[in-house]
Design a protein around this ligand. Sequence first.
Ligand SMILES: [Zn+2]
Length: 610
Amino acid sequence: MPKNILIYARYSTDRQDEVSIETQIELGKFFVGERGWKLIQIFSDAAVSGTSFKSRPGIQALLKRCELGGIDIVLCVTIDRISRDVEHSAGILKILNHLDIELWTVHGGGRVTDMEVGIRAVLSQELIEQIRYRTREGMKSAVRKGKAAGGLAYGYRVGQQYDAKGDRIPGMREIDTDQATIIQEIFREYANGRSPIQIAQELNRREEPGPRGYKWRDTAIRGHVNRGTGILNNESYRGRTIFNRRNFRKNPKTEKREARMNAETTWVVVDKPELRIIDDALWDRVKQRQVAVRDNYESTTTNKLNRTHRPSYLLSGILRCAHCGGPYAISGKDRYSCTNRGKKLPLDSLDGGICTNSKTISRQELEDRVLTCIPNALWNLVNIETVITATKQSLAARQAKAGTSIPALEQKIVAMQQEQKSVLKQITDRIQANRPVIASLDDMVDELEGKNTDLKQELEVARTTKPINLADGVTPEVVQRVINAVMYYMREHADAETKQPFITMIRGLIQQVAIGPAENGNGVELFVHGAIVSILATMDTIKAMEAEFRTAQEYEFHNLIDKGVLDTEPKRKKFLALCAEELEGKRREWQDLQVSVVAGAGFEPATFRL
Ligand SMILES: [Zn+2]
């Protein structure tokens, strides 16, 4: 027998980016049709917020229809159509369970369980915590092992040293002499009184490629003294590597990530005299001049930091032009383009030239392409067991709370009814005294009645809540399904409030996206920077490349045996040792991968930074 279906759709006009009611209904109808089900009725709420029963006649009518019987499934596009509020969705889900009706989503392609609702509530917070922890720990241990945190700095390349036998020493990094000469010039010129802008202009005039192959920019030279950023503040140049200087924490009041200096005792300092490019005398002269001009630039950087602006879009504020380094911003119809190019301003970073990067990209395409690399990173990063444990704890706490809320709800309902009575009495008194009835009293009765209905509904939910079997329900598969759903929401399918906690999470992974023309001249290429690059580069990507490399080595090994070259045990051992060492060197290169997100291809390593 075909199942009987009710479709529910909701749209709120105060939100941007929502799927229209018509589209939601079309998606629902298609889903029902595909399965040979029977569509009984469609309910919808337009231009209302997602949390109150009273303001949503559509969902009220739907629940009334459910009570009449004969319905098997309520279908909506995503769970947040039912309610933005997790507690509230859980409540409606329970009412439906009580009536033996299943809740399905088009996106999930199946039945929604209590578990999924519960997991969504804990997931974003848990993921943010884990991302912060894992990236910091990973970078700390990388520094302890003598590797450069976050890739090779300008001035260095992967080591190419050989021992007496002619075998390569797996060195981490070594000085790139050409780049080192430029660094020394920058330090000298700055110490002698030239500004970072003048230095950048001069280098660009000579067509010296800057860090990562970009044009030289004054900001890349100047950096920030306290944060140790920029060429002039890079401790590597005086033979030291420092990590854990700062940490980023979310300020609970402003919801913004703030950089804070860690106590010097927690810094990880590794001496690397062989990497020294600048002698102490020149380093000190630069530091003295920085102190002298400090007032000048601290005021400007402080202003920048004080801009408290909550990002409205997934990537707003972290987009850069790959050519001139200027910001990419929305211009015209939801498309991003280089702001400097738009202004046609001569740029210091281009030696007075005008930015020629005319590539624009729609916000949706940009977000879609960047989001393609997130799930991989999450699977590499997140300890699913931890998420499962946290979810179980949260669901248990929720159940305990639901049990104790019954008396409180009953009290509230009694109080509400008394208030209603008193208002009704005022109305009757006025009528009996032949005084005109006041409209606002009438409205109060309606409003109280609405609140009353909400509370009764809530009470019904609390009373009918059955304990969930936590041990069975929360599985890695369910967590995976929820993460997939989150990625789906991020692609324009949810309202801003549903997205917001996940936007914070994703921006924790991506620090910058540079946008420029693709090498073949067609389309746009994106260069993603941030924790996500090291996560991808150090985990999945490396594993894949390592597997490939090992296969090639094994093939070569057997090939040489067949040819009779490796005819003795010592020779074979020697060959295998060389292979291991070569692999070790390769691994370091792979860790400096840049990841380029190419349209249609997901992510793939595009550029090696050497
Ligand atoms: Zn530009």
